[in-house]
Design a protein around this ligand. Structure first.
Ligand code: FES
Ligand code: MG
Length: 583
């Protein structure tokens, strides 16, 4: 272990943790004393980089249930490489259980990450997470703190299968729910499915938000290249965790920080992978927020523009029909990146200390159906893309749609709106046999935005009214100022900005107004005369928020709109924050 700085390596006295442990004053004494109180010998922590293991394990997040064990593997790697590991529990934003939505807590996790790193004697960190918002939450905080950082993705769960049929998390929950409504499966089948669809720990095995985000940050160079494809239950996963621990120690000496790794090229590689995966629309919220923490920019148009040039190559639900375990065996992310050719900028750096070009140089694809060649995509660009942006008098600042998982026949559509104010109103009425609705109706749910939800919940995949489901209808045009699970599909216009709760034009739409969607032209409009819209606007008043205190009140006061990424107005940018005084 170097005690003085070799070229490119920090000297021991320059490690951040030395401010806590090295001083001979009463504070330094207390820090060493309290560490020994935990049973550590002086030799076990003195003179070593301190590596924080930020663990989003919890007993109610199945996607992260194995991370308690993985922290042990990270610890092993840290000790082996000469560091001192400290595990710091962080908020576990597990999808499905957390209400109203984990998105309400993404910024909270980002703040917690940044402050855990700032307030403790940390030289480098390994971030353990992967379920949807945990990836952007952890990384936004780590970018802002800018200590050497490795992301260790939780890994996808194993493939699911039920009575010989492939079942993917999220996607098939929805599909079988619709079949239950129409009597195609029984309630006994439905109970049986509960135990069949999710076979192991790990994140959703479809190309939902989890694998979208872990793959994007993998492509950006923030983990061992290809790590995001390793299934959670594979023995390669604890080996990955151990590697992350060992590498974090090296990165502490090298002082290799996110700002040294991430640049416009790495973000560009992340976008290329996002589109080739047919990734979740949720990424369109997280990426602008993540870029904002780096002092860089990713706009809706940057993303949609990339989607015009890169078709969906990964044959994964919901755009395709395979699962993440298949993707792993096919060669995983490195194979996909190799097939992207010139769309990947090879000089971008990675935490491994080598370029992404070097990291994928030896990659090969072992199943050309799962990872398609660029001239044989899952969805040709003429039929659908991972992301399009729509604007018009309903969404002046933009709305998004994933046309690769939508019905091509619905992409040019005119129909009367059926407006629901919040999910309570929707569920009270949607299955009413007397509901005035036809397959051409445009279903609208508002009050689901960042302020209105609050937290922009995944309510945008509005259910098809039961009477239409029974008549064979499987897709309708739907509009929402909230989000949709990345595992879902359908002609859903999402993230309408500005949202209804802050007076966006969606608030002015009325049931019966004609709505016009022209996906090709990138338009979403209500066919209502200008004067009428102006009159409705003059009469509109915001509903008072029931949240006068709590984190939600802070959230509602400071959150940015969806097209900007929903970060808080006081968290973006790269203004330096003073190190904590130690007295
Ligand atoms: Fe955690 Fe899907 S619910 S990744
Ligand atoms: Mg999800």
């Amino acid at each position: 272990m170097p005690q003085t700085g070799a070229p490119g390596r920090k000297a021991l006295e320059d490690l951040r943790s030395q401010r806590w442990f090295a001083s001979d004053d009463i504070r330094g004494f207390a820090h060493r004393q309290r560490t020994q109180q935990m049973g550590m010998r002086r030799e076990e922590f003195m003179g070593r980089p301190v590596i924080a293991i930020l663990n989003t394990w919890s007993e109610i997040s199945p996607c992260h249930a194995h991370l308690r064990d993985r922290a042990e593997a990270v610890r092993r790697g840290v000790w082996q490489a000469g560091g001192y590991p400290i595990e710091l529990p962080a908020l576990s934003v597990g999808e499905v259980m957390v209400k109203p939505t984990t998105m309400l807590y993404r910024n909270f996790l980002a703040m917690e990450t940044e402050e855990l790193l700032r307030s403790h004697p940390v030289d480098a960190c390994v971030l353990l997470g992967g379920c949807d918002k945990s990836t952007p939450g952890l990384l936004m905080g780590a970018f802002s703190m800018n200590l050497p950082t490795i992301f260790c993705p939780a890994g996808p769960m194993l493939n699911g299968r039920w009575r010989g049929q492939t079942t993917g998390a999220g996607t098939h929950t929805k599909r079988y729910w619709d079949k239950l409504q129409t009597g195609e499966i029984t309630s006994d089948d439905w109970v049986d499915l509960e135990s069949a669809m999710t076979r192991s720990n790990g994140t959703c095995n479809t190309m939902g938000t989890a694998s979208t985000m872990t793959s994007i940050v993998d492509a950006m160079g923030l983990t061992k290249t290809g790590a995001s494809s390793i299934p959670a239950a594979d023995s390669g996963h604890p080996r990955l965790a151990s590697w992350c621990g060992a590498r974090a120690v090296e990165m502490a000496w090298e002082d290799l920080k996110p700002s040294d790794i991430l640049d416009a090229d790495s973000l560009s590689n992340g976008l290329a992978v996002y589109m080739a995966l047919g990734g979740s629309t949720n990424a369109a919220v997280h990426l602008p927020a993540m870029a904002g923490r780096l002092g860089l920019s990713i706009t809706l148009d940057d993303m949609a523009d990339r989607a015009t040039r890169i078709p969906v190559l990964a044959n994964l639900f919901p755009s395709g029909d395979r699962l993440m375990e298949d993707f792993y065996f096919a060669g995983g992310l490195p194979a996909l990146m190799k097939k992207l050719g010139d769309h990947i900028l090879p000089h971008a750096r990675t935490v491994e200390g080598r370029s992404i070009g070097d990291a994928i140089a030896g990659a090969a694809c072992y199943d050309d159906d799962v990872i398609r060649d660029i001239d044989n995509p899952v969805v040709p660009l003429s039929r659908g893309r991972a992301l399009i942006v729509l604007r018009g008098n309903l969404a002046p600042d933009g709305a998004v749609m994933k046309t690769s998982a939508a019905n091509p026949d619905k992409l040019s559509h005119r129909g009367p709106a059926l407006v629901f104010d919040g999910p309570g109103d929707m569920f009270a009425r949607i299955n009413d046999p007397d509901l005035d609705v036809t397959p051409d109706t445009v279903l609208v749910l508002r009050g689901a935005g960042p302020v209105g939800g609050p937290g922009m919940p995944e309510w945008g995949n509005l259910p098809i009214p039961r009477k239409l489901l029974k008549a064979g209808v499987r897709d309708m045009v739907r509009i929402c100022d909230g989000r949709m699970s990345g595992t879902h599909y359908g002609t859903c216009i999402l993230h309408v900005s500005p949202e209804a709760a802050v007076g966006g034009p969606l608030a002015l739409l009325r049931t019966g107004d004609d709505v016009v969607l022209d996906a090709e032209a990138g338009r979403i409009d209500m066919d209502v005369p200008e004067e009428e819209i102006a009159a409705r606007r003059a009469a509109w008043t915001p509903a008072p928020s029931p949240y006068t205190r709590s984190f939600t009140a802070l959230f509602q006061r400071h959150v940015a709109q969806a097209h900007l990424g929903c970060d808080f107005d006081f968290l973006g940018g790269t203004d330096p924050v003073p190190e904590p005084p130690i007295y």
